[in-house]
Write a protein that binds this ligand. Structure first.
Ligand SMILES: [Zn+2]
Length: 270
């Protein structure tokens, strides 16, 4: 795994993916949690290459959201951080509850979200993938966070990683941002850190946000908290791209649709 920290530099998030051998188990777990995670026949028909295995494709395209009726996840800390730091981290995790029916609470009995602070960078597994991780292993890492870490950094990183824990992948970048990335270095970097092929890097990172996206219809200055973070080592000017620094109104709106508050459910037609 490539080291991401340059001195005083932004550490970019590299979300954790399960190995190819776990894809089918992960898709099954995701479907058991929320049937809507299964890609629709319509979606599949649009993208399935001729001759490709339908089962493999379903596994890759399955999303990893929790059930829509409310998310209650226990949080465990693997390396016994001070109580004050645990409280700060939890409060940033729970910032998503401002709009969505989600709640994180510290737990010592089989917590689903297990936080470590080792030197492997900033990362989290996506949503229900955490269910497949050995209970002695972390599902989220917040490299080197202490009470001395500025609140702006805790805010940016914990809220972003919690978005992953709630099942959100990275948002695609805007064309202006992609123009700052060195394509060849990006292909090498994501190949090394995520095991992606060139085609996957092009699809995931080097393809701009679709112009018909709801989110694209807003100010070009908008940066979702879930936008890709690009390390300095793969930009043309050697400066990292931090992405969004806080949850913005559209992020809140999106999460509220995934996990609607009970009163919204009651008010929903049908
Ligand atoms: Zn991320």
């Amino acid at each position: 795994m490539a080291r991401l920290r340059e001195h005083g530099e932004i550490i970019a998030c590299t979300p954790k993916c399960l190995g190819n051998d776990r894809l089918h188990d992960a898709a099954r777990a995701a479907e058991q949690e929320n049937l809507l995670n299964r890609p629709s026949h319509h979606q599949l028909a649009q993208v399935l290459p001729v001759g490709a295995s339908m089962t493999d494709f379903v596994a890759v395209m399955t999303t990893k959201y929790w059930r829509a009726s409310g998310v209650r996840l226990g949080v465990g800390f693997m390396d016994n951080p001070p109580k004050e730091l645990r409280a700060r981290i939890l409060s940033h995790m729970n910032s998503w509850s401002q709009s969505a029916n989600v709640q994180f609470a510290e737990s010592t009995s089989d917590p689903v979200v297990r936080i470590s602070r080792d030197q492997s960078g900033y990362w989290s597994y996506i949503g229900t993938d955490a269910l497949l991780i050995d209970k002695t292993k972390p599902t989220m890492n917040l490299q080197g966070f202490t009470m001395e870490t500025p609140d702006s950094e805790l805010c940016r990183v914990v809220r972003h990683q919690t978005g992953h824990a709630l099942g959100c992948p990275h948002e695609h970048l805007r064309a202006e941002t992609i123009a700052l990335i060195d394509e060849q270095k990006a292909i090498e970097f994501f190949g090394a850190t995520q095991g992606w092929t060139e085609a996957q890097v092009r699809a995931q990172v080097l393809t701009p946000l679709p112009t018909n996206s709801v989110r694209a219809n807003t100010s070009p200055k908008r940066q979702s908290i879930m936008s890709y973070q690009i390390p300095a080592s793969i930009t043309k000017n050697g400066v990292a791209i931090a992405g969004g620094i806080d949850i913005d109104p559209l992020d809140y709106e999106f999460m509220a649709k995934l996990y609607p508050m009970p009163r919204m459910l009651a008010a929903a037609p049908g």
